[in-house]
Design a protein around this ligand. Structure first.
Ligand SMILES: N[C@@H](Cc1ccccc1)C(=O)O
Length: 501
């Protein structure tokens, strides 16, 4: 039988009786393990090798683990200090023993929380005892750390789990593949294996000698299974944001951009948000210690102030509450991207707009919320509006149905809501694919005259702010927003999720 170089070498290295791991075969044949793996896959496809997979958990000592290897585990150091203080006879003062132990900072807490658990003694109302029978020389956790450091394996699963919990070892699961010759493989070996003339790897030697010109290369097998290579990739949130942009551009929307830190005027006043609204207090927003915004259109400022004080139209009524221009000029991180909509609709950002017009942004907003499974302090909003004659709530709902359908979400629910700047207003909900729970995914409405008139907009405007992270939740079924953000993120979810375009 004729086989390409690596396959022939791998088959020769394999045995019918002894399982050999890919790493062992790679070692023996002096070949890169990924290449061996490729050859193994081919040989298994041909029925010449059989491959067995087992999962192996590896444990590596962390930096903190190494610290304790050098200095001793904190609880062991505490025990020795307690013995020195005679605590095996009479309880000794905790303060003194800790002082004598030389333990400092976080190590004291660590020592205390492991001391009794491991049978070194008791700690009670400021006193410490040392069990005379405890043997610090035979501490199973210290022994396990030393074995791992010496490259030996540790079999005691409980001790390993405890070390992992303490952050003294990192545990990783790896798949180990071992090969054996099948009957067909044995037969092929007995009949003789010839190395095919083809070359399956381009080597530096082939390149420098120029030989690459004359040799025949093995064909690529693009279907062969290969170990996963994990390079960097675009975060699924960014991927989904790009997808959202594509969908909205496809629906005829143009993208808006503008400052993350903006005058309260654009973030709130233009939206007819009373200056004493709770969302405008320090409870909700992040104010910046920067000079006030100078560049505000004076005539718009006057009209907005007038709307707040007196309302608009013949029957209008304002808030009858204080309105301060200084407050309007204060700079804060935007709590929604509706500030951008105000900048655009007013003509301040890109000049006068002509209806019909549709705009959107997929950008970050900032709120002084409490972090939990569904709330972040920074998140992405899908802002959008349509400016046209004679818009109705049906246009709003139809737009959402069309938009969310592109993401496989077809069971939207609408709930009447209140915003100071829209009338009517609706909250949007969708079902979580795993839990079935109704999740709020957005807020919307038709801008009121009190917003539009000062801006100089004479037709209808329907608008919304949708939560990108919540859309992601409904698409991929995770239940905690922290699975995709921050230090608690679910790496497998982030690595394996494909955002389809
Ligand atoms: N700004 C609103 C969303 C919204 C925008 C425009 C109109 C109506 C609602 C929010 O952050 O929840």
């Amino acid at each position: 039988m004729k086989l390409p170089q690596t396959q022939a070498a791998v088959l020769r290295a394999a045995s019918a009786t002894d399982e050999k791991t890919i790493a062992e075969v790679a070692d023996e044949t002096d070949t890169d393990p990924a290449t061996v793996y490729g050859a193994v896959t081919e040989l298994a496809d041909e029925g010449l090798l059989s491959v067995a997979e087992t999962t192996e958990t590896t444990a590596t000592v962390t930096d903190e683990g190494y610290e304790y290897l050098a200095d001793g585990l904190p609880e062991v150091r505490l025990y020795r200090a307690a013995l020195d203080a005679g605590a095996d006879d009479d309880p000794a003062s905790m303060g003194q023993v800790i002082g004598a132990s030389g333990l400092g900072g976080g190590a004291v807490d660590i020592a205390l929380s492991n001391y009794a658990r491991k049978g070194y003694g008791t700690i009670d109302s400021g006193e410490i005892t040392a069990d005379p029978d405890a043997d610090p020389e035979a501490d199973p956790e210290a022994d396990a750390l030393a074995s791992l450091d010496a490259g030996q394996s540790v079999d005691d699963e409980d001790v390993l789990a405890q070390l992992a919990r303490r952050g003294l070892v990192d545990r990783d699961e790896t798949t180990v593949r071992s090969v054996t010759l099948t009957d067909a493989g044995v037969t092929a070996m007995m009949e003789g294996i010839e190395t095919a003339e083809t070359v399956d790897r381009l080597t530096p030697e082939l390149l420098t000698s120029g030989e690459w010109r004359d040799v025949e290369f093995t064909e690529y097998n693009v279907e062969a299974d290969a170990p996963e290579q994990r390079g960097g990739k675009t975060h699924i949130l960014r991927q989904t944001a790009d997808r959202v942009k594509d969908v909205l551009v496809g629906m005829g929307f143009e993208e808006m951009e503008g400052p993350h830190a903006d005058a309260d005027f654009w973030i709130n006043d233009c939206l007819f948000m009373p200056q004493d609204h709770p969302a405008r207090t320090h409870w909700d927003r992040f104010v910046l210690d920067t000079p006030p915004m100078q560049d505000l259109p004076e005539d718009l400022l006057d009209r907005v102030e007038d709307a707040h004080r007196n309302g608009v139209g013949p029957d209008g009524d304002g808030y009858h509450s204080p309105w301060s221009e200084d407050f309007a000029r204060e700079i804060a991180l935007r709590g929604h991207t509706t500030s951008l909509s105000m900048r655009y609709l007013s003509g301040h950002q890109i000049g006068e707009l002509e209806e019909p017009k549709r705009c959107f942004s997929v950008e970050k907003v900032y709120r002084n919320d409490t972090l939990d499974a569904t709330h972040l302090l920074e998140f992405f909003q899908i802002e959008g509006w349509v400016m046209a004659e004679d818009l109705s709530v049906r246009d709003l709902m139809g737009t959402f149905e069309e938009f969310y359908r592109q993401f496989g979400i077809t069971d939207l629910q609408f709930k009447p809501h209140y915003n100071p700047y829209t009338e009517p207003s609706f909250e949007l909900f969708g079902h979580h694919p795993e839990t079935g729970e109704l999740i709020e995914i957005g807020n919307s409405g038709m801008f009121r005259d009190e917003v539009l008139e000062p801006l100089g907009v004479e037709c209808d405007v329907m608008a919304w702010g949708l939560a990108l992270e919540r859309l992601l939740m409904l698409m991929y079924g995770f239940e905690d927003i922290r699975d995709v953000h921050g230090t608690l993120c679910d790496l497998d979810l982030l690595r394996e999720t494909e955002v389809l375009h």
